[in-house]
Design a protein around this ligand. Structure first.
Ligand code: NAP
Length: 245
């Protein structure tokens, strides 16, 4: 059993899908968690589903100007400090390269990569003073192997993977670990728009023979932010049922 008692965590994209499961898993392990997303109602609902007093909603649009400052101020107000950061919020705007608009490119980069950079930069200042911390960035297997129709998303996730490794090298001497988790095909709202045909084709590529659940990903993230993973940094852990190996 992983014990995160007393640990203070920020999880972005906490209102649904993978992020919601991460918030619940960290809180169940004893952490106090600031759950960040735009949907205040969904965050309030989450508070009532977790252990009493452990989940704190922070309703912020992470793509907005000044969002990192607002998020950190709200999280510190509720938690006091930050030991764990999970950059999970993500968005897709799929389309073929020849038709991809600059605005769809920017939307995906602004949230998946720039918002993660800005929040990490601010949170790490606290971790540097404490000489400890754990950051996990949620990337994707398609950032490693590419995917037709997702030039923006795959490039942003590949960027976040490289960002993870550079941060890990910069911060290791202060005992701040930075890792990434790369989910494969996980059943969430993000993947529900996929056609049945594409879904079947994707599942045929998964040796474990099923779509992943948000909990499958949350369990690996819970391990990575815990002391059990104290000698792990700069790594990208695939959680994909063996899709890529
Ligand atoms: P999801 O169900 O669509 O959830 C996305 C989360 O991000 C929601 O909580 C959403 O909350 C939040 N979010 C979106 N825009 C935001 C914004 N501007 N500001 C703040 N929060 C925002 O997606 P998911 O499948 O759980 O994906 C979670 C992460 O895993 C993403 O980074 C995704 O790229 C990655 N991933 C997913 C899969 C998969 O198969 N599902 C595979 C590989 C990687 P609000 O709408 O309330 O703001």
């Amino acid at each position: 059993m992983i014990d995160l008692t007393g640990q203070k965590a920020i999880v972005t994209g906490g209102s649904r899908g993978i992020g919601r499961s991460v918030v619940l898993a960290l809180a169940a392990a004893g952490a106090d968690v600031a759950a960040v997303a735009r949907n205040a109602e969904a965050l309030d609902q989450l508070v009532s589903e977790g252990p009493a007093g452990h989940i704190h909603p922070v309703a912020v649009d992470l793509a907005a100007e000044g969002a990192a400052e607002t998020t950190l101020a709200a999280a510190r107000d509720k938690l006091g400090t930050v030991d764990i950061l999970v950059n999970n919020a993500g968005v897709t705007r799929d389309g073929l390269l020849v038709r991809m608009s600059a605005s769809d490119w920017d939307t995906v980069f602004d949230l998946n990569l720039k918002a993660a950079f800005l929040l990490t930069q601010k949170v790490v200042r606290i971790m540097l003073k404490a000489h400890k911390g754990a950051v996990v960035n949620v990337v994707s297997v398609v950032g490693q192997i590419g995917n037709a129709g997702q030039v923006n998303y795959t490039a942003a996730k590949a960027g976040l993977e490289a960002f993870t490794k550079s941060c890990a090298r910069e911060l290791a001497s202060r005992q701040i670990r930075v890792n990434a988790v790369a989910p494969g095909y996980i059943d969430t709202e993000m993947t529900r728009a996929i056609s049945d045909q594409a879904r079947q084709a994707m599942l045929a590529q998964v040796p474990l023979g099923r779509a992943g659940t948000p909990e499958d990903v949350a369990d690996v993230i819970t391990f990575l932010v815990s002391d059990r993973a104290r000698y792990v940094t700069g790594q990208v852990w695939r959680v994909d049922g063996g899709m890529v190996m």
